[in-house]
Design a protein around this ligand. Structure first.
Ligand code: ACO
Length: 325
């Protein structure tokens, strides 16, 4: 049976120039390179320059994707931008990206599911393509978490970084089988009962300020390993593939121990997992498209590879996607 698939035709990423190492953080707060590496796998993070915004990062990643795919911005029907750190309360960061890219048609909007934002955006873009609402959609994850961190709170500030990644999806015909290239399935979940274990202490309608990340790290860790394993199984069952058929897991890059645990539970060896967290820390909604773009550029990911993506973050919100590259 012929079906419409949302096929990934290009991707790109951008990391701000400034790198902050663990040792540099240890000069300012009571932490150490050894503690951060062993607990999280993070070696360094990129931090946006003064005045460099989430939309600036997104535009750079989007341009990288357009260039690599040989597209003009006028070839894009829609931009879905996942972020928890918008430039402004309104308008959407996506419309700022649309303008900076010189896109005078189509539509653009932000989507907010924190660290799960890219999976949510991918699922939405897939829905728009499959329903015929748009033919070619740019899905962007972009964050400047450095702006919502309390740099004196060692429990949170060592974990995050800034960055952006972008993927262009395009309508293509498939036969409805898991052999098709494109998005094969997505699963989304959220449970607002867990608000208090991961949130930001402010916002327009509460404090009128952006606030800082607050996290019960152990609790988040516990939910992450269970829920990511469940949602990985769920999407494989939905699509009708086994973990043996997965070529690469491209997970949310939050913490190496969470990534290892999820891979183990899925029965996938670590040499089939894209790990970039050491180089940029947790970049929230940007982390999956960043890791994806890095692994496509270094040719680890090849056309036809089956990719399993999964993420969890504040909400709690979590999800997974299977994409044949
Ligand atoms: N440097 C040194 N010591 C630290 C630091 C630090 N940066 N941060 C905390 N500690 C101390 C604590 O104060 C505590 O000291 P104490 O025993 O004297 O009280 C000790 O280290 C252990 O603290 P825990 O929080 O229990 O450490 P844990 O082993 O759980 O590791 C961590 C903490 C890394 C945050 C872990 O819980 C984790 O990774 N959780 C998941 C959080 C996450 O990834 N969040 C991102 C957003 S959600 C997502 O993207 C999945």
């Amino acid at each position: 049976m012929n079906v419409v698939r949302a096929r990934a035709v290009a991707c790109g990423h951008f990391l701000p120039e400034r790198i902050v190492t663990n040792d540099e953080l240890a000069e300012r707060i009571d932490t150490s390179d050894e503690w951060i590496r062993t607990r999280t796998g993070i070696h360094q993070r990129h931090i946006a320059a003064e005045g460099e915004t989430t939309s600036d990062l997104a535009v750079a990643a989007a341009r990288d994707a357009l260039d690599r795919g040989g597209f003009e911005s006028s070839d894009i029907d829609a931009i879905v931008l996942a972020t928890a750190t918008p430039d402004y309360t309104f308008p959407s960061t996506a419309t700022r990206v649309q303008n900076a890219l010189g896109m005078r048609a189509g539509f653009a909007f932000d989507l907010h599911a924190v660290c799960a934002g890219f999976i949510y955006a991918l699922a939405n873009a897939n829905g728009m393509i499959v329903s015929g609402m748009a033919r070619r959609v740019m899905v962007v994850g972009s964050e400047t978490f450095s702006r919502i961190l309390d740099w004196n709170d060692r429990a949170t500030c060592v974990l995050f970084g800034d960055g952006a990644g972008a993927v262009i999806l395009e309508a293509a015909e498939g036969d409805g089988s898991p052999a098709d290239r494109g998005i094969l399935g997505t699963c989304l979940h959220s449970d607002g009962a867990y608000h208090d274990i991961l949130y930001v202490s402010g916002g327009p309608s509460t404090t009128r300020q952006a606030g800082y990340v607050q996290m019960a790290g152990r609790e988040v860790f516990r939910h992450a390993v269970v829920k990511l394993a469940e949602v990985a199984d769920e999407v494989m069952e939905k699509v009708g593939v086994t973990s043996a058929e997965v070529d690469w897991i491209v997970p949310h890059q939050a913490n190496l121990r969470i990534i290892e645990s999820t891979a183990k539970k899925a029965g996938v060896s670590m040499n089939k997992v894209v790990v970039t967290v050491q180089d940029h820390g947790n970049t929230s909604a940007a982390s999956i498209p960043l890791a994806l773009s890095i692994a496509v550029q270094d040719e680890r990911i090849q056309p036809g590879n089956l990719l399993l993506m999964e993420a969890i973050g504040g909400g709690l919100a979590w999800g997974s996607a299977l994409l044949r590259w």
